[in-house]
Design a protein around this ligand. Structure first.
Ligand code: ATP
Length: 359
């Protein structure tokens, strides 16, 4: 398929800025997710790439060619915004063939491409059935088939799994990613669901009010979030944020107790320490460590989420083995994994540093 390059893309609707100076490259063969809450500009960005919306500024290159001013039909991009949008009075074969018929492709070529798409999607046995009676999973495969037969330069998918129940969504995530790999596709995928993005993407662009806050592979976004906004959006339960200060010796103080980290006499001012629940270990409430008291326990099978509060009322969650005995009212000492911490500036929420010692 083709590489997509977006340069300084912006979109205004009157005075409202929906997308602000966005630049990124989707490599040939990459699965790229635009992730963020409702209204952050994901769909508008995708619509501009597909040619359904004209940018207010910036350029879009498809396979090295500037397509910014080209109409959608001239871009050769398949837009899969609603996988259920099928023609109910047609059978599966006719639904998949529809875009090729509209393009005037020869009969034999259509038959061959439909057969190939059906084979890739494993729905060959359904070709002569009406779509009305199909399961939701098979209907989705038919809708995907309609996108695939066009052999487009890229796929744009806008919340395609939004209408499905959680378990089936999980299965379809795996199928979509496998399909992308099989077709050596270039895919831009819009979602507000961080777990979908984490499961499928090679690269995630986390958007906030029309701006890309962070552009990185899933693991980097998880381990080294660029801001508190990103850190909170990714991970479930989300990262804990603990207000802290450095004392005169450069030690980080949380809840009045110094953390067991090498002193680093920088970053004065308001600081927030970020730690994911799985990097909080609960130990005996003794020695010079921050203490916290349990106010809730959520049992999850192999693990549990223990919700605690520090003496100043700051909440913190720990993911622990379910075998750890923790009851409401119990006191624990908090041991934070030094190599997995993030330090944020309280002033603007940007990450200052990550990892051991935070020096
Ligand atoms: P959602 O998942 O809710 O669609 P999104 O991140 O995809 O969210 P967009 O659809 O890109 O967000 O919309 C971004 C902002 O631009 C929203 O505040 C929306 O109201 C606004 N917007 C989008 N299209 C138009 C339009 N045609 N006219 C005016 N405002 C618009």
């Amino acid at each position: 398929m083709a590489e997509i390059r977006v340069e300084h893309l912006a979109k205004r609707f009157g005075d409202f800025v929906a997308v602000r100076d966005s630049s990124f490259t989707v490599r040939d063969g990459e699965f790229f997710c635009l992730l963020g809450p409702s209204g952050c500009g994901k769909t508008t960005t995708m619509r501009m790439i597909a040619g359904l919306e004209l940018p207010s500024a910036g350029r879009i290159l498809l396979g090295g060619e500037d397509v910014t001013m080209r109409r959608a039909a001239e871009r050769d991009i398949a837009f899969v915004f609603q996988l259920f949008a099928l023609y109910p009075h047609m059978n599966v074969r006719a639904n998949i063939a529809f875009p090729l018929r509209a393009q005037g492709v020869a009969r034999a070529e259509i038959a061959q491409r439909v057969a190939e798409a059906a084979r890739v999607l494993r729905i060959d046995h359904l070709l002569d059935l009406p779509v009305a009676g199909l399961s939701s999973g098979d209907r989705q495969r038919v809708a995907l088939g309609r996108a695939i037969v066009r052999r487009p330069k890229a796929f744009m998918m806008d919340e395609p799994l939004g209408a499905l129940d959680a378990e089936f969504r999980h299965t379809m995530c795996g199928e979509l990613r496998a399909l992308h790999d099989r077709l050596h596709a270039t895919t831009v995928y819009v979602t507000h669901d961080q777990s979908e993005a984490m499961a499928m993407a090679d690269t995630i662009a986390v958007m906030n009010h029309g701006v890309i806050e962070q552009l990185a592979p899933p693991q980097e976004i998880y381990d080294r979030p660029a801001s508190m906004y990103v850190a909170e959006f990714i991970g479930s339960p989300s990262m804990n944020f603990l207000p802290c200060v450095r004392d005169a010796a450069g030690r980080l103080l949380v809840g009045g107790a110094a953390l067991d980290l090498p002193p680093a006499p920088t970053d004065r001012g308001e600081l927030i320490l970020g730690v994911r629940p799985e990097h909080v270990r609960l130990g005996a409430a003794e020695g010079p460590v921050p203490r916290a008291r349990v106010y809730g326990v959520e049992y999850l099978g192999t693990t549990q989420i223990v919700a605690l509060t520090l003496p100043d009322g700051t909440p913190i969650k720990a993911r622990t083995p379910a075998s750890l005995a923790a009851h409401v009212g119990d006191a624990f000492g908090l041991h934070l994994a030094a190599d997995r911490l993030t330090l944020f500036a309280g002033s603007d929420g940007r990450a200052l540093r990550w990892g051991t010692g935070l020096g």
